[in-house]
Design a protein around this ligand. Structure first.
Ligand code: GDP
Length: 609
């Protein structure tokens, strides 16, 4: 039974998420092959170099007597940076602290007015000198507000909804300081209101409630306050500590009230300061591939100051900041804490929530980016690979193949691709099917994507285009290769359909396949077996045990029958062909007449489109 792997006595082993058995073997000075054997004994087939799920690693560690610590991606990134002598948390004390604007995310139920509110704030509070200036969507914007005699700034994340918020949190990025929860006064608290509230609470972010649509008849702002007390949000006027502001985003009523509430809440419950000196770091909020400018990313500086010319790493992209633009497309030379800017000059598009930082030089930036890329790949592999136990392996062999749905996700911005992927990975799918996301990316669907889809080993992958399309040549290629491309503009819809597809893979659809028809020429009564139909097969075949229905004068008179017995002359037959006579019974169904037609059919599995 012993296969040569060392036994730990509770020693701690640290492994990054998605590590392989080889990595494990390295840490405990064992032969990788022996760990493969151990896993096999535990009922799992794992190769030495394949990256493992957390469960697999924990199972093995426990079996071998080690305490396993799986290092989270954030910790891992911190460790990676430490190799380059970078510590993002260091030196805060020594640095010159400045107060920084709060960063706000708007959340709430669909159609309650999140987008309208963001628009209203943006257009009523353009930064000085830019009145009438047209803002570009870069994923975040900053406004200036006069508050208690002071000019104050507030930064808004310009992607309303929960996806962006949770995608960033999933990456360990805490970007938001305050959540504005929008609740329509004519609709009240709805499922996504509660979801938003829970997200904010989980992130320990204070909430300002904007009770919207007070201009609508039947609006009941008091009811919203009442409803939210049940969820622990008690309005100040009722003795609680949550600010509620009644507004109309559409009629621009009391938009300033919201901004004031944000600043009051920030001042009361948050200490918003950040070091302004030194090299910058922060979080990427959004990114996309621009036709002319290459990868562009909006980053939010959290500490330090970002300058044009800095060597930066953002997610797995790196490069020298060629230019920075604000939300008016004006060039910016430097950006301090809480300032969102569009950055040009990266080699790849970072994802929402990826950290960015300034490195000492181009080389360091490149090395960090490359190591991040390698780790991301390993983690993605672990994510998509289901556990192959011996048991399921046997079944796969028995049934031919495990049903796998392979997907390639393409979207217009990295935030949506990540939100989609996160939601898909979390889907509760039946064990018999497997979801594999083999590639994800930002930008139009390319020939590369199609080639990748058709080259997938398990099955042809389906390409999901979220707000992006495939152009003519690519479409032709997809058609030739038999690669399906599906387009979506609403995340929920995409998720719903994919979930349905995953579940549908278990339940094959059947369609009727007509075998043949027979006409009843005579009816013989038998006391023992009931009425026997003497038939002439008119078309195709009649087959024993096949399904049947009875037609009289062209109308169906009985369904769900089957050919219970079938004879040719005196002998039992399994099938009788067109042009021959036969005798048959319909399994106890006796209401048959001369001239009736028996339709004989089978249910066949319908090939999936
Ligand atoms: P979101 O899904 O939360 O982003 O909601 P939208 O901002 O897209 O708004 C949904 C709908 O409600 C739109 O048709 C808006 O015009 C409308 N709406 C938003 N705010 C108000 C408001 O204050 N009053 C009225 N009457 N309609 C509003």
């Amino acid at each position: 039974m012993s296969s040569g792997a060392p036994r730990g006595q509770g020693q701690t082993v640290r492994l990054p998420r998605g590590a392989s058995l080889s990595d494990f073997a390295d840490k405990i000075d064992a032969n990788p092959g022996s760990l493969v054997q151990e896993m096999f004994n535990l009922g799992e087939m794992v190769t030495a170099t394949q990256s493992c799920t957390d469960d697999t690693l924990l199972l093995l560690a426990e079996h071998l007597g080690y305490a396993l610590e799986i290092v989270s991606p954030e910790d891992e990134d911190r460790e990676l940076l430490a190799q380059f002598h970078i510590d993002l948390d260091a030196d805060v004390d020594a640095a010159r602290l400045v107060s920084r604007p709060p960063v706000v995310t708007v959340m709430g139920h669909v159609d309650h007015g999140k987008t309208k509110l963001l628009d209203a704030i943006r257009s009523t509070h353009v930064v000085e000198g830019e009145a009438g200036g047209i803002t570009q969507h870069i994923g975040a914007y900053q406004v200036e507000v006069e508050h208690e005699g002071q000019e104050r700034k507030v930064t808004f994340i310009d992607t309303p909804g929960h996806e962006a918020f949770t995608a960033m949190r999933a990456r360990g990025a805490q970007v938001t300081d305050i959540v504005i929860l929008v609740v329509a006064a004519d609709d009240g608290v709805m499922p996504q209101t509660i979801e938003a509230l829970n997200h904010a609470k989980a992130a320990e972010v204070p909430i300002v409630v904007a009770v919207n649509k007070i201009d609508v008849e039947g609006a009941n702002p008091a009811k919203v306050r009442q409803q939210l007390t049940e969820y622990g949000l008690v309005a100040e006027e009722y003795g609680g500590d949550t600010m509620f502001v009644d507004i109309s985003a559409k009629s621009r009523i009391n938009i300033d009230g919201v901004l004031e509430a944000v600043l009051l809440t920030a001042d009361a419950s948050l200490e918003l300061t950040a070091p302004v000196d030194g090299s910058a770091h922060g979080v990427a909020i959004e990114g996309h591939l621009d036709k002319g400018r290459g990868p562009v990313a909006t980053v939010l500086v959290q500490q330090g100051t970002l300058h044009v010319g800095d060597s930066i790493v953002a997610g797995t992209g790196h490069g020298r900041v060629r230019a920075m633009l604000d939300e008016y497309s004006r060039p910016v030379e430097e950006a301090g804490p809480s300032r969102p800017v569009l950055v040009l000059g990266l080699t790849a598009v970072p994802g929402a929530g990826d950290t960015f930082l300034v490195a000492e030089d181009d080389r360091t930036a490149r090395q960090i980016a490359e190591q991040r890329e390698a780790r991301k790949r390993a983690a993605a592999n672990a994510y998509s690979r289901g556990r192959a136990t011996l048991e399921t392996l046997m079944e796969q062999v028995k049934e031919g193949q495990k049903a796998t749905l392979a997907l390639i996700l393409k979207g217009d911005v990295s935030g949506s691709v990540e939100a989609l992927e996160d939601a898909l990975v979390k889907l509760d799918i039946p064990e018999e099917v497997q979801l594999r996301i083999i590639h994800r990316g930002v930008g139009a669907i390319t020939e590369n994507d199609v080639n990748l889809a058709s080259a997938t080993s398990d099955s042809t992958a389906t390409i999901i285009g979220f707000n992006v399309r495939a152009e003519g040549k690519v479409r032709d290629l997809a058609e030739r290769e038999g690669v399906e491309i599906r387009y979506y503009t609403v995340i929920y819809q995409a998720i719903e359909e994919i979930e349905a597809a995953l579940k549908g893979m278990l339940k094959p659809e059947y369609e009727e396949f007509e075998l043949g028809t027979a006409e009843i020429r005579a009816v013989f009564k038998s006391s023992r077996i009931g009425n026997i139909a003497g038939c002439m097969v008119r078309s195709g075949v009649v087959r024993r045990n096949a399904k049947a229905r009875l037609l009289r004068d062209g109308a169906v008179v009985a369904e769900n029958l089957s050919i219970a017995s079938l004879k040719r002359e005196k002998d039992d037959a399994t099938e009788v062909r067109e042009g021959f006579e036969c005798g048959l019974t319909l399994g106890g169904y006796n209401d048959i007449k001369v001239g009736d037609v028996i339709e004989n059919f089978e249910m066949r599995e319908k090939p999936r489109a």
